[in-house]
Design a protein around this ligand. Structure first.
Ligand SMILES: NC(=O)c1ccc[n+]([C@@H]2O[C@H](COP(=O)([O-])OP(=O)(O)OC[C@H]3O[C@@H](n4cnc5c(N)ncnc54)[C@H](O)[C@@H]3O)[C@@H](O)[C@H]2O)c1
Length: 318
């Protein structure tokens, strides 16, 4: 059985990570592509052999009758398109962030539930094969007792994201927030420190959180550091894993000096960045959920909780 998928967006993420995955899945039929920029539209359609192209997504939905839609848009354009697709009863995959505010995400989630639509937000770092592997190794020894997510970039001198249409925590550092929920579960209490470093917008977000389970999470991020780094740390009884999802994990157990090193390529069975980074697994998960009519792990209802945590980080800044 084939799933008919229509695509809105012919930009960077579409071309580099999502459409290459969809093209590899035999159960997916790419029925149409929409973008406002004719050049990008034609080049992307050619690259992925998509038969029909449109500059008006409504026309595409009417003519191609898809079951699911990928919406890969700048976040401040997302809401209207997602709401329109959900009102039509279509399943929707969107990139992170799932809207600009928690309230937008909540309204999308409520509508998806009312309409019985399956949705997914692209928090691909949860799906990175190395993160999954490390989490499973810890689980073999016991619960995660504490975890940390580090996310650093160097954007000194740059202006705010999308000329200020959205803040960095909601737009980008949210990856680190979401992975802490993935590792630690639901959050009970948060204390944070939000700063603007050499900029007139917030660009450093550090937080301590206590999960419902009693375990503890640390968020450590700033956008004026030495380079782009994303890494996580997970501690269980007698075990710790230091994971750079795109490079390697080192797992130490029971006081042995020598850790076990697992490379990202080994865990992913590939050196392609879209596989190592978790994009392939997240897209596979979405399509599998459509085939089985199951709610994806990062459906909008779950994404609301990540957006609530983002909001709590602002609200509880010391
Ligand atoms: N998961 C990640 O690690 C990650 C990394 C980078 C970006 N993103 C997210 O991916 C999303 C897309 O980012 P990108 O870098 O691919 O953006 P992009 O600007 O390269 O592409 C967006 C495309 O959407 C088109 N577009 C805008 N409005 C449209 C409309 N109404 N109808 C049809 N087409 C329209 C634009 O012409 C453009 O081609 C953003 O939400 C961003 O936050 C996620």
């Amino acid at each position: 059985m084939k799933v008919k998928v229509a695509l809105i967006g012919a930009g960077t993420m579409a071309n580099t990570v999502h459409y290459p995955c969809l093209k590899e899945f035999p159960e997916v039929e790419l029925v149409g592509l929409c973008d406002l920029v004719e050049e990008k539209l034609k080049a992307t359609a050619k690259k992925f052999s998509i038969p029909r192209t449109y500059t008006d997504y409504r026309k595409m939905l009417q003519e191609t009758e898809p079951e699911a839609v990928y919406i890969l848009m700048p976040p401040y354009h997302l809401f209207d398109l997602v709401i329109d697709c959900l009102e039509r009863g279509l399943h929707v995959f969107m990139e992170k962030p799932p809207g600009v505010t928690r309230e937008q995400t909540r309204q999308m989630a409520l509508l998806a539930e009312r309409k019985g639509c399956l949705t997914m937000t692209g928090f691909q770092r949860r799906f990175a094969p190395l993160v999954r592997l490390a989490k499973e190794r810890i689980a073999q020894k016991g619960p995660i007792l504490q975890c940390q997510a580090n996310f650093f970039k160097q954007t000194l001198g740059a202006g705010p994201y999308y000329r200020g249409a959205i803040d960095i925590l909601t737009c980008d550092a949210i990856h680190a927030v979401d992975i802490l929920r993935f590792l630690g579960g639901e959050v009970k209490k948060v204390a944070s420190c939000v700063r603007s470093l050499y900029a007139d917008y917030d660009n450093s977000f550090n937080a301590l959180m206590i999960f419902e389970s009693g375990s503890v999470g640390f968020l450590s991020t700033n956008w004026v550091s030495g380079k782009r780094i994303f890494s996580v740390e997970m501690h269980g009884p007698g075990i710790v894993a230091f994971v750079d999802p795109e490079k390697q994990a080192i797992i130490y157990q029971d006081n042995h000096e020598q850790g076990t090193v697992v490379s990202a390529q080994e865990a992913a069975g590939s050196s392609e960045i879209y596989k190592v980074g978790g994009f392939f697994a997240e897209n596979r998960h979405f399509i599998d959920c459509l085939l089985k009519k199951q709610l994806p792990e990062t459906h909008l209802g779950d994404a609301v909780k990540t957006m609530e945590l983002v909001e709590a980080i602002y609200r509880h800044s010391l």
